[in-house]
Design a protein around this ligand. Structure first.
Ligand code: SF4
Ligand code: SF4
Length: 195
């Protein structure tokens, strides 16, 4: 993480690297092949809607909800303090269908709710992540993937690529605060360049 970070919103530290890291989201969704860590509360909510969700599953997905999640683990980066990984089934996340679509998002769309209503927060945020209380770039995971950000656009940052996701995550008021931090940080970089 960048050392000069003193940015924080509601107790969540903001790594200023998110304002400058070059990123281009352009692949067929490789990040969904390896599953994701969800908050145990999110996993419970997914199991709660299982009877409506499973009719959307195809032959590559398993309808038995006991096979959807790994055993819970303690993790303070999750609101409940407990993280639960989604299982890999047929070489992809249990919720990914053979067309490369997330069944949780498909169901939310069908229901007429927000498209990310049932999606785990870590799926929404990636390629950003929350690590040890800091919103930062998930560069370890990006590097592990074969196709993610292999040709970043010099003019596009991860912050710009994830604008919609950040607005959703923070809400309007806090997102505006984040925008101010970004402007402040980018101005400070320009001042350093001139000096
Ligand atoms: S975040 Fe990376 S792996 Fe996921 S769809 Fe975008 S480019 Fe692909
Ligand atoms: S829950 Fe959906 S978005 Fe998240 S990794 Fe699985 S298929 Fe992808």
């Amino acid at each position: 993480m960048n050392d000069n970070s003193n940015f924080e919103i509601n107790g969540l530290k903001i790594d200023p690297k998110i304002f400058t890291f070059k990123f281009n989201c352009k692949c067929t969704g490789e990040c969904c092949l390896y599953g994701v860590y969800t908050d145990s509360k999110e996993a419970e909510e997914i199991v709660r809607i299982k009877d409506k969700l499973t009719p959307l599953f195809d032959r590559t997905q398993v309808k038995d909800n006991n096979k959807w999640f790994e055993p819970p683990e303690k993790d303070d980066d999750f609101d409940s303090g407990i993280a639960v990984g989604t299982e890999i089934i047929n070489h992809k996340c249990a919720f990914l269908d053979e067309e490369g679509l997330c069944s949780l998002q498909k169901f939310a769309n069908l229901e007429g709710g927000h498209k990310w209503k049932y999606k785990p927060q870590y799926c929404i945020l990636f390629p950003l992540t929350i690590y040890e209380g800091t919103l930062t770039v998930d560069d370890d995971h990006i590097d592990r993937l074969k196709t993610c950000n292999k040709n970043p656009m010099p003019e596009t940052t991860i912050y710009e690529s994830c604008n919609e996701e950040l607005k959703y995550f923070f809400g309007e008021k806090d997102f505006n605060e984040l925008e101010e931090m970004r402007n402040q940080y980018l101005s400070s970089l320009k001042t350093k360049e001139v000096a």
